[in-house]
Ligand binder design. Structure first.
Ligand code: NAD
Ligand code: ZN
Length: 360
């Protein structure tokens, strides 16, 4: 058995309004007045003075607004790193990502690629990063992905969609302020929240399950079900709980693995650009043969919140497109092994994967 000795986020602050502590948190980390903090902020906040006015800017610090409509790409990370380098003579004191999984992943990747040369695509894989990145902070503004705790940053590159998985990837500091999630539109709240629910189901139903993953996974699952089934839960309690569910769901998969939904969703995203949260939902909706109880609960939650998923997305695809999606999905071997066991190749093949895609 291979034991994972994985790094955890060393510092985390939690609570409504805890974002106000960011200035105090950053102060001792600032190297000097010429070494700025770079705040990467989801552009949904571009006119949100309630948040912008509380970003603790000093000296040469910069705010860079980023649109999260498309998921992060390696070339986007490279351009960002160039822009940051061009902006000041000194290496930044730190990178702070304020947004969802997209912005947090960009912040992690930029922090790593500032000190590791050669472009982000070079580091897509496992443990290819050799040098510690720049100090980096994650501030989630939507809950579910677990990107705030994970040791990966998921990037689409020229050849693959694959994370930079390394011991240097996790944030040095995370700020969990559930108040920041207040403005998330309902559909997106559901999709990203379901990412967490699906993490839990795939972890708890997987062959890699162990007491460590189970302890986090069960708690996160319980909180997701509470949030998405108790219609009368006050908004504040809902925001607090979903933020902690995301954290625990991320911790659960850190010591196990995701499964069929994520494998198929990665293929969908690579070929058609379907985003992670909604892609997972579109796939999971058809996985009753693999996760019967989870899918039943998912459908109930979907109906409760009146969520309509796109239909027929794969109905007009060419054979080449199906082949690409299937290739990407089946290349994620640990996910299939977790879901179906060591002999997973006897259970699933290209034809079966294509049949699943055809339902979407
Ligand atoms: P996201 O960051 O893509 O954001 C989704 C939408 O929500 C965007 O339109 C954004 O503008 C909006 N939004 C975010 N916060 C808001 C707020 N407070 N108010 C109003 N709108 C808000 O969504 P996500 O689901 O958090 O992240 C998806 C990304 O995370 C994907 O790129 C996926 O690959 C990645 N991911 C990473 C990990 C990891 O471990 N690193 C895990 C899962 C997913
Ligand atoms: Zn996920």
């Amino acid at each position: 058995m291979k034991f994972k000795n994985f790094p955890m986020v060393p510092r985390v602050i939690f609570g409504r309004g805890s974002f106000n502590a960011l200035g105090d948190i950053l102060m001792p980390v600032r190297r000097n007045s010429e070494s700025p903090f770079i705040f990467l902020v989801d552009d949904v906040f571009e006119r949100r003075e309630d948040l912008l006015s509380r970003i603790p800017l000093m000296f040469e610090d910069r705010v860079i607004f980023i649109n999260s409509w498309e998921e992060p790409k390696t070339e986007q990370v490279d351009a960002l790193v160039e822009m940051i380098k061009a902006g000041s003579a000194e290496m930044p004191s730190g990178i702070i990502g304020i947004g969802g999984g997209t912005i947090m992943d960009l912040a992690k990747a930029a922090a790593l690629c500032l000190t590791n040369e050669g472009g982000a695509a070079k580091y897509q894989g496992w443990d290819l990063i050799r040098k510690k990145g720049v100090y980096h902070v994650g501030v989630p503004t939507i809950s579910g992905t677990g990107a705030e705790v994970s040791r990966t940053t998921v990037l689409t590159g020229p050849e693959k969609k694959l994370g930079i998985n390394s011991d240097f990837t996790p944030f040095d500091q995370v700020v969990l302020d559930p108040e920041l999630t207040a403005g998330v539109p309902k559909d997106q709240w559901f999709y990203t929240g379901m990412d967490c629910f699906i993490h839990c189901v795939e972890s708890l139903e997987g062959h890699y399950l162990n007491a460590f993953s189970q302890s986090y996974g069960e708690k996160a699952h319980e909180m997701c079900v509470e949030v998405f089934t108790h219609g009368d839960m006050p908004a504040e309690e809902q925001q607090d709980k979903l933020m902690m569910a995301s954290w625990h769901g991320g911790m659960s998969i850190a010591y196990s693995q995701v499964g069929v939904a994520h494998a198929l969703s990665y293929g969908l995203s690579y070929e058609l650009g379907v985003r992670h949260g909604i892609g997972n939902c579109m796939v999971f909706d058809h996985l009753e043969d693999y996760y019967p109880e989870g899918v039943r609960m998912f459908k109930t939650m979907k109906e409760t919140h009146d969520i309509t998923l796109p239909q027929g997305v794969c109905s007009d695809l060419t054979s080449d497109q199906f082949a690409n999606m299937t290739r990407v999905a089946l290349s994620l071997e640990p996910l299939w092994e977790n879901a179906l066991g060591k002999n997973w190749k006897d259970v699933i093949d290209e034809r079966k994967v294509r049949e699943l895609y055809e339902k979407i």
